[in-house]
Design a protein around this ligand. Structure first.
Ligand code: PLP
Length: 390
């Protein structure tokens, strides 16, 4: 059986063999609890400290500013719930954008609905970008926290994060960026490049393990914890540390973040061929920010179809693509990102995303170019006999 062509790297990536090797000692001989005072525990503690030092040296921050988490979702929840609750006596206004991942949007909506915070959701332009002037206008004396993602998972748009962060800093407002799709794809010279107080990172998006992530928290900010128990992670995240996952995250960061593993020079020409295909097909529209987007992400909306039919058709042709964000139940929801760009609901239901990666070859793109027109035709309802004779 020929292996499928995997074009869903924004959902997840395969574990890198070198990263797996870096994790192996923690699945075998180093099994101690870093909080134990005996020598088995102390060895685990020394290796945990070493992992944190290495992550901090890569991010160019203090080790105490790195909190290891279970991934992007937990990092965003800690950043948003923890900071909102910490600062609520100063104000209760939160700001985010209409194109955030649900990890951010749903958390913000939860805080608004259940805890009485006031939420402003900023609009975006036709390419999915937040206008810095719109953010400036939205800030109020009671604004405490803004969360805008660095790179969009569905359509690849890069936000002017450094500029947005600078505006927040100028106004004394805390700024979180969900950089889950940025790390490994766009350069990171220092975590301070985002001008953010909080930065969410997730290992499995750049060939690290699932269930591993980090939150950078710029000192002296100390968000309220969202998990309670022991004093791990600077008292911000209770629970015995998952050392194998942490070792995998740090190994993946060292290997794939400074020189992004998603190489623009490899992926841009491949992505451009897909974009050109859309231009040549009736009713197929590229959505995204062009050169101001991730090189690996090419998304289309397809008139007269829906995502489920398109994805099923591609799957039958051996191509794994996505409709944007993978839903936990495997169901496909209309894309809130496409809706935010101003497309009508039927097109928000007809998104197909190809996200390319390290293993993508020109032959894979040739195959997509060959089968996609037929997949689209099959996904469109056939005219009924009466329609045809009309
Ligand atoms: C932009 C963005 N933020 C957050 C997440 C959540 O990451 P995880 O599900 O690994 O916790 C994802 C994953 O798809 C993402 O793409």
């Amino acid at each position: 059986m020929t292996p499928p062509i995997y074009l869903d790297y924004n959902a997840t990536t395969p574990l890198d063999p070198g990263v797996r090797e870096a994790m192996r000692p923690f699945l075998e001989e180093v099994w101690g609890n870093p909080s134990s005072v005996h020598q088995v525990g102390r060895r685990a503690r020394a290796l945990l400290d070493d992992a944190r030092d290495r992550a901090a040296s890569l991010l160019k921050c203090k080790p105490s500013e790195v909190i290891f988490t279970s991934g992007g979702t937990e990092s965003a929840s800690l950043a948003l719930c923890g900071t909102a609750r910490l600062l609520q006596s100063k104000g209760r206004h939160l700001v985010t954008s209409a194109v955030e991942h649900d990890a951010v949007l749903h958390t913000c909506r939860y805080l608004a609905r259940k805890e009485g915070f006031d939420l402003t959701v900023l609009p975006v332009d036709a390419s999915g970008r937040v206008d810095p002037a719109t953010l400036r206008q939205a800030l109020r004396p009671d604004t405490i926290l803004v969360s805008i993602m660095a790179a969009n998972n569905e359509i690849g748009t890069l936000q002017p994060v450094a500029e947005l962060g600078a505006i927040c800093r100028e106004h004394g407002v805390r700024f979180h960026t969900d950089a889950v799709q940025w790390f490994g794809k766009e350069p990171v010279a220092s975590v301070h490049q985002f001008n953010a107080d909080l930065v969410s990172i997730c290992a499995h998006k750049f060939h690290g393990p699932k269930g591993a992530g980090a939150l950078f928290i710029r000192s002296p900010l100390l968000p309220d914890p969202i998990l309670f128990g022991g004093g791990q992670e600077n008292e911000r995240r209770a629970g015995t540390e998952n050392l194998a996952a942490i070792a995998g995250l740090v190994a993946a960061m060292e290997r794939f973040v400074p020189d992004p593993v998603f190489s623009r020079s490899q992926l841009e020409p491949l992505g451009n061929r897909l974009k050109a295909m859309a231009g040549a097909m009736e009713g197929v529209h590229y959505v995204g920010a062009g050169e101001r987007g991730l090189a690996n992400t090419v998304s289309f909306v397809v008139e007269g179809t829906d995502s489920i039919a398109l994805l099923a058709g591609l799957d039958l042709e051996g191509v794994c693509a996505s409709s944007g964000s993978a839903c936990s139940a495997g169901s496909v929801e209309p894309s809130h990102v496409v809706a935010a760009l101003g497309y009508p609901p039927e097109l928000a239901n007809a998104l197909v995303r190809f996200s390319l990666g390290r293993e993508t070859r020109p032959e894979d793109i040739n195959h997509v170019l060959e089968v996609f027109p037929e997949v689209v035709t099959r996904a469109r309802p056939r005219p009924s006999r009466r329609d045809a004779s009309d």
